[in-house]
Unconditional design. Structure first.
Length: 228
């Protein structure tokens, strides 16, 4: 598995040195001296054209890593937490990565990803700024089943929708899951059937739309703050 970009690569080297197989460097001075010495035996220097080829045209910023494949958590592990985010039908890796980054930063215990057959782990690791390496996550095929399992162990399910109750006025249960649908379709019918309460963000200035990762950040912060 190849990841690239300065921020995610330095994060992986600092936080997860045990998963790194090879460090590919295509720009002088990209590595701090400490990391250069720590990974000296694993470093390979590349010409820019080969680095560009490995990044498949992406902006590698002069560094790429070959790392061990990422391991998913299990639903059993996810259910041990108190605050879970469930992504229902999101497919854009930029949005998924941004939500995982926010979720990890704000104390979410796990992320469930539903409605996609395969996840581009390399891209999500990059767009999450490395948070995917630390955030417990699992990909499921049937959102109805996983929401049922969460409810069985005491989770209350809160679904994001423009027509829901203003998030600032909601009192949350101790174990909570936030369900975010896609920008174009919203939550699926299967998810809506399981939701305990629909929540929304009060909009000002006659504006009624936010990018899904921006909306998720606001909702996660509000729901996480209520845990304190």
């Amino acid at each position: 598995m190849i990841i690239y970009g300065k921020q995610v690569c330095l994060y992986a080297m600092q936080r997860h040195p045990n998963i790194i197989k090879t460090v590919y460097v295509a720009k002088k001075g990209i590595l701090p001296q400490k990391l250069f010495h720590q990974f000296h035996d694993n470093i390979k220097f590349l010409e820019a054209k080969w680095a560009q080829s490995m990044a498949k045209g992406g902006n590698h910023q002069g560094i790429l890593l070959e790392i061990e494949p990422l391991q998913q958590s299990s639903i059993k592990d996810i259910k041990q937490g108190k605050f879970v985010v469930v992504l229902d039908g999101l497919t854009d890796v930029g949005n998924i990565g941004a939500i995982i980054r926010t979720a990890y930063a704000l104390g979410v215990d796990g992320v469930v990803i539903s409605g996609i057959k395969q996840l581009n782990f390399e891209a999500v690791a990059r767009t999450s700024a490395g948070a995917l390496l630390d955030m417990p996550f699992v990909i499921v095929s049937n959102i109805s089943d996983v929401l049922h399992e969460l409810k069985q162990v005491g989770f209350s399910l809160y679904g994001a929708d423009m027509n829901g109750e203003d998030i600032s006025s909601v009192e949350f249960e101790a174990k909570r899951a936030l369900v975010m649908g896609s920008e174009d379709k919203g939550m699926s019918k299967k998810a809506k059937a399981k939701i305990d309460k629909v929540v929304s963000i009060d909009m000002k200035n006659g504006f009624d739309s936010l990018n899904v990762n921006a909306a998720a950040a606001i909702l996660i912060h509000r729901m996480g703050y209520a845990l304190k």
